[in-house]
Design a binder for this molecule. Structure first.
Ligand SMILES: Nc1ncnc2c1ncn2[C@@H]1O[C@H](COP(=O)(O)OP(=O)(O)OP(=O)(O)O)[C@@H](O)[C@H]1O
Length: 669
């Protein structure tokens, strides 16, 4: 090939890009060599057409150019292939324009403005200082010159040689007539490639827009967007339903053209709070307003509250099916006394957190009611609530109930194993009632579960992560149990992160009339009246068995009273009521011991009343026939305990055992 040219550029990148450009256009007709000043130059180029990539290079490489050379300094223009990157920047963004010299920077800005890239504010970078606020820089392939602090860099690629220089090259080789047409179509095909790329991008954006529209239309809420000049740009089908307006009518309109409700308009344009409740036509909606990050648009969401309530109901129904539901809410906790109101107020605050709560209060004060209400007031209200009475089950059974077991882990284990209460309550709340009654062994296990938030089933070898809020309750003095070595101090502190003390009914006697009224209703006798003097007696009473005792008393009164007015005459005798002493004594008894007491006492009473000697063997025989069979040792121990409590008298010889008045009262209670 006779035609030859040498390209001299600054950086290796510029050399490579321009060499490739010249090669793509002239490759078959002109042989091309190229050098970069930053790498190495030949000693001397004797005779050739020299193309300098810029004036700067013309000066820097002047010493290698022989006298018989002809030279052209290339005019350069933006690389159209990468120009689309500038469209990714938002209108009016101020950008730092960076090139290798201040002159080249000015030239780049000039070209960009001439080709119509006017949506940006270009600030030339002079290599020394630049405004600190500018965070975006654009450069034609000169990334190393960009100051370090700049966050976003848009490289539009090395500038290419422009068409006039290309024509000059053709001229030099006298190829213009022969190749002018081919060359200019090759050059313009590059620009067509760019248009193709932009139209593909357009199509992609359109598809994305359609997908987004489908998503917005498919959402269960009304969605509306407003652009920077206050015109509606999005109006989905739910908005159409709530407002009765069509999307085609709404789009392009301003808010006052669509809504007449003054308070709604005010909220939509300048909300004082996060969300607000409105009735639009017949729809009850909660409206939320969000400023759209990264744009000046505003997003408005209209949530149908009736729908939300229906959905909550459906979710609760599902939970009810599983039986893991908290039945009580704060409004079910009857009473307006100051002590109760304060307790409810604290409990509502505790509900907001997910930390463990220890509830302390005498028996029958409503600890379970409060635990249930706390769950229902918390963020987990749609998740399970499981309650377990720790004193009602023997240790092994309680352990397997709480933690579950793997198949075959003990004799009698169900096939397939069993999920424990902790696992079933995952995501929700577990209520551990009578926590003071659990054995030290179970306390250790419970402590680990609460600390690690994972459980291991009995006979299992893997840990299962769980997320459960623990609410524990006790009527015992746990600190005394700690002193006596019966309760772990570390577990106590883990459970008592938050604390709620439920006042006894003695401390809120003002609540008695309302509670009485409530229990009349619950017993199906809303029209029954309590005589004023009986009400005074009930109000004066100390209620050591608290609300449970009051509830039982009302059931008794309704049963024995005649007519619809209940008077003092209908009151049971003193033995019916729980005494302070018996409360103190019984508080020491575990639920299991109480059950044993009741079981054995009932057998003794029955034997006494049928004049059969209540010997240990007779009691044992009757016990074996019951649903709660006790071993001979258990019966011996229970009779001894009953004697200690003075509930029975054990006669020597063949006299057998006899129930005392105190035993009868205990049994009645
Ligand atoms: N404020 C109240 N309003 C209405 N009913 C109540 C109230 N407080 C308690 N009750 C009722 O009294 C009974 C005892 O309540 P609960 O079982 O919650 O007490 P507790 O403190 O957990 O008792 P225990 O320590 O014996 O387990 C329940 O039937 C409950 O519905």
């Amino acid at each position: 090939m006779d035609n030859h040219l040498t390209l001299l550029a600054g950086t290796p990148e510029t050399r490579a890009t321009l060499h490739q450009q010249l090669d793509e256009i002239f490759g078959e007709f002109i042989k091309i060599d190229s050098y970069s000043v930053d790498e190495s130059l030949p000693d001397l180029i004797e005779k050739d057409l020299i193309i300098f990539s810029s004036h700067l290079i013309e000066q820097e490489a002047a010493h290698v150019i022989g006298e018989r050379c002809t030279s052209i300094t290339a005019r350069r223009t933006i690389n159209y292939q990468h120009i689309d990157r500038l469209f990714e920047l938002r209108d009016n963004t101020t950008v730092l324009c960076v090139n290798d010299t201040p002159e080249m920077t000015i030239e780049t800005i000039d070209t960009l403005e001439k080709i119509g890239m006017n949506h940006l504010n270009y600030k030339p970078y002079n290599g020394r200082s630049s405004s600190e606020e500018i965070d975006t820089a654009i450069t034609p392939g000169e990334v190393p010159f960009i100051p370090k602090r700049i966050g976003k860099v848009v490289d539009i690629g090395v500038r290419l040689i422009d068409i006039t220089t290309l024509i000059e090259i053709l001229d030099h080789f006298q190829l213009k007539r022969k190749l002018g047409g081919i060359i200019s179509s090759r050059y313009t095909s590059k620009i067509i490639e760019l248009s193709k790329k932009i139209s593909e991008m357009n199509q992609q954006t359109q598809t994305l827009n359609e997908h987004l529209k489908q998503v917005v239309d498919g959402v269960n809420d009304g969605i509306m967007a407003i652009d920077v000049v206050g015109k509606v740009t999005v109006f989905n089908p739910f908005m159409e339903e709530y407002t009765g307006l069509s999307a085609s009518h709404a789009i392009g309109k301003t808010l006052p053209q669509l809504f007449k409700q003054h308070d709604l308009l005010q909220f939509l344009s300048q909300p004082q709070e996060e969300g607000r409740y409105f009735t639009i036509n017949t729809y009850n909606v909660m409206v939320y307003r969000f400023d759209w990050e990264g744009s000046d648009s505003v997003l408005l969401i209209f949530k149908n509250t009736d729908e939300t309530i229906t959905m909550e109901r459906a979710a609760r129904k599902q939970l009810t099916k599983t039986g893991y539901i908290a039945k009580y809410h704060f409004q079910d906790i009857i009473g307006e006394s100051e002590a109760l109101e304060k307790t409810k107020e604290i409990a509502k605050k505790l509900a907001r957190s997910e930390l463990p709560v220890l509830i302390q209060g005498e028996s029958g004060t409503g600890k379970e009611l409060f635990a249930s209400a706390i769950h229902n007031h918390s963020g987990q209200r749609l998740d399970p609530f499981l309650a377990v009475n720790c004193s009602a089950l023997p240790e092994e059974l309680l352990e397997s109930e709480l933690f579950g077991y793997e198949e075959g882990s003990f004799t009698g284990a169900k096939r397939g194993g069993k999920k424990g209460i902790f696992e079933q309550a995952d995501g929700g709340t577990i209520f551990l009632d009578e926590i003071g009654d659990i054995s030290l062994k179970l306390q250790a296990r419970l402590l680990r579960v609460i600390q690690e938030m994972e459980i291991r089933k009995i006979g299992g070898n893997k840990n299962i992560p769980i997320q459960v809020r623990v609410i524990a309750a006790t009527n015992k003095d746990l600190l005394r149990l700690i002193e006596e070595g019966k309760f772990r101090e570390d577990l106590y502190h883990r459970l008592k992160v938050l604390f709620l003390q439920i006042p006894s009914l003695r401390k809120r006697k003002a609540d008695v009339p309302r509670l009485v009224h409530q229990f009349l209703i619950e017993n199906g006798c809303p029209d029954h009246k309590i005589s004023p003097s009986l009400m005074n007696t009930l109000k004066d009473y100390e209620w050591y068995g608290n609300i449970r005792e009051l509830k039982n008393t009302i059931s008794y009164l309704i049963t024995v009273g005649e007519g619809t007015v209940i008077t003092e005459r209908d009151l049971p005798n003193d033995g019916f009521f729980q005494s302070n002493l018996s409360y103190e004594a019984d508080a020491q008894l575990s639920m299991l011991d109480q059950q044993k007491f009741i079981h054995v006492l009932a057998i003794i009473l029955e034997l006494n009343e049928s004049y059969v000697s209540a010997s240990r063997s007779k009691i044992s025989e009757r016990s074996q026939q019951s649903d709660f069979p006790l071993s001979v040792q258990q019966i011996r121990k229970t009779i001894k305990d009953l004697e200690e409590h003075e509930y029975v008298k054990v006669k020597r010889g063949r006299g057998g055992t006899e129930i005392t008045e105190q035993g009868r009262s205990f049994l009645k209670y």
